[in-house]
Structure formats: C-alpha cells, structure tokens
Design a protein around this ligand. Structure first.
Ligand code: 4NP
Length: 152
C-alpha cells in the first residue's frame, strides 16, 4: 500500500488537481487498491472551500471529477500516517516544515523532482495558467506512479 498526501498552499488548486489526477491514473492502471491518495494545505486560508472552479473545470475537461473535496490543513498526524508527502513548490516545503518540524522519516519531496525536469509547479491562483499546472501535475503524477510501480 502506498499512502500519498499531495500538499500545496491553499488545497484548492494544485494539490487537489494532483490528488484526482493520481486517483485516475492508478484506477486506469488497475492498481487503485494499492493506493490511498489525499491532499491538504499548508495554510488555513481556504479551509472548508471546494476545489477552485477553474481547477475543477480543467479536471472535468479530462473526465475527472472532484466532487466533495474541500480544503483542509495538513497536520502532524498526516505526516505519521502517509508514506509520501508530495509538495508542489519550495515554499510548500517550508510550510510543511512549520507543521511537522524536521522530515525525520524522509517522506517529503517535490512533485517535479520525480521527473527528469525538476521545477516548482507554478501556482495558478497567481498565474491564472491552469493549462501549465495540468501539464506539470500530469507529468509529475505519471513519473511518481512509474517510480512506485517499479519499486513495488
Ligand atoms: P493552491 O493555490 O496552493 O494551488 O491551492 C492557492 C489557493 C489559494 C491561496 C493561495 C494559493 N490563497 O492565498 O487563498
């Protein structure tokens, strides 16, 4: 079982996109029973809010639904529970560190560090570019799935 928590600043754009893209990828690969996948925020800014409409529309364009997802903040208990904590950008790493302290169990990584082209996933909340986020998130999740299936 791989338990994965995707993390971003607000948990209404990037990390829920990653959550629902990854859920679709593991389902399509027929390995969904080997995965538990969720997402959370480093901040409390959007707590309780649904996925931001442009992010929801981008997922829907690709036949992916995210009904019922609402933002929540990551906790110390999440760090203990999940095997992999996958952040979208370097500032998320600092936010995670504020919540959990040191990454003593070596669980935290950046999504795009799992690809051949490491970089921060730009925040579409500020850029307005949900296509770029979609490209990064799908590339990152595909690379992560490949890595996990190889080591399973
Ligand atoms: P996300 O985008 O971290 O990709 O969910 C953001 C959404 C909301 C805010 C910041 C980033 N905010 O400050 O409310």
């Amino acid at each position: 079982m791989h338990k994965i928590l995707f993390v971003c600043l607000g948990n209404i754009c990037r990390s829920p996109m990653a959550e629902f893209v990854m859920k679709k990828m593991v389902k399509d690969a027929g390995v969904e029973r080997q995965f538990e996948i969720a997402s959370a925020a480093t901040s409390t800014e959007e707590w309780g809010n649904p996925v931001y409409p442009p992010a929801r529309r981008k997922l829907a364009e690709h036949g992916i639904r995210c009904d019922g997802k609402t933002a929540r903040q990551m906790s110390r208990a999440d760090y203990d529970y999940y095997d992999l904590i996958i952040a979208m950008d370097h500032s998320n790493l600092r936010g995670i560190q504020r919540i959990i302290g040191a990454d003593s169990q070596n669980k935290v990584s950046l999504l795009m560090d799992h690809t051949d082209h490491p970089h921060d996933v730009a925040d579409p909340w500020y850029t307005g570019n949900f296509d770029a986020t979609w490209e990064d998130v799908t590339a990152g999740c595909a690379a992560l799935l490949h890595e996990l299936c190889r080591t399973a």
